[in-house]
Design a protein around this ligand. Structure first.
Ligand code: HEC
Length: 160
């Protein structure tokens, strides 16, 4: 029993060291906003359309390098939970999650200039969303991928 506890503790510590941020620590204000400002704001900042406006004419905005606005907590969580369920996960994934087929999302390169930096920042996003909540499912099924379930949605953390 004791040995099991120690092993679990060591595993937790190692995981903590590897990921930099423990799941319960990651918050929007402390971890995500600074990362967003450094890596995403140029194309998703105040000069970008809201998600609703973006969806009206995606092609027009994409042509001028504007993605949906995500510079506030309220704007960003729309691309985690609803209505654009899983968008942040699909775009930032490194290709290793179930359903990604080994192909990283097209925003993954923006997470850093080196693979080490990208991995570190991906872990920060995962910790914030919730490690168990990091799935690529959409709200509704598409192709082979089933729509997200309520149990899965309940795992989303996104602490402010
Ligand atoms: C150089 C500009 C640029 C940077 C930097 C950038 N993005 Fe994007 N992003 C775009 C554009 C343009 C689109 C819309 C075209 C597309 O869907 O690929 C987009 C789309 C997205 C979408 C999908 C939106 C939707 O409604 O489906 C997400 C999520 C996203 N970006 C997240 C991020 C995050 C998080 C970062 C920072 C790590 C980031 N992006 C950095 C230009 C950028």
């Amino acid at each position: 029993m004791r040995a099991i506890k120690t092993a679990a503790l060591v595993a937790a510590l190692v995981a903590g060291v590897n990921t930099g941020v423990l799941a319960q620590d990651a918050t929007y204000r402390k971890d995500i906003k600074p990362l967003f400002d450094a890596k995403c704001a140029a194309c998703h900042g105040a000069g970008s359309p809201t998600l609703a406006d973006f969806l009206v004419d995606q092609k027009k905005y994409a042509a001028v390098m504007k993605g949906p606005r995500m510079d506030t907590y309220a704007d960003m969580i729309q691309l985690v939970g609803w209505p654009d369920t899983g968008a942040v996960m699909r775009r930032l994934d490194d290709g290793k999650s179930a359903g990604a087929g080994g192909k990283p999302g097209n925003m993954y390169p923006f997470l850093g200039t080196t693979e080490a930096e990208r991995q570190k920042n991906l872990q920060t996003f995962k910790s914030w969303v919730g490690t168990d909540a990091w799935v690529l499912n959409r709200l509704k099924a598409r192709g082979e991928v089933p729509g997200i379930g309520k149990e899965q949605l309940e795992k989303i953390q996104v602490k402010y």
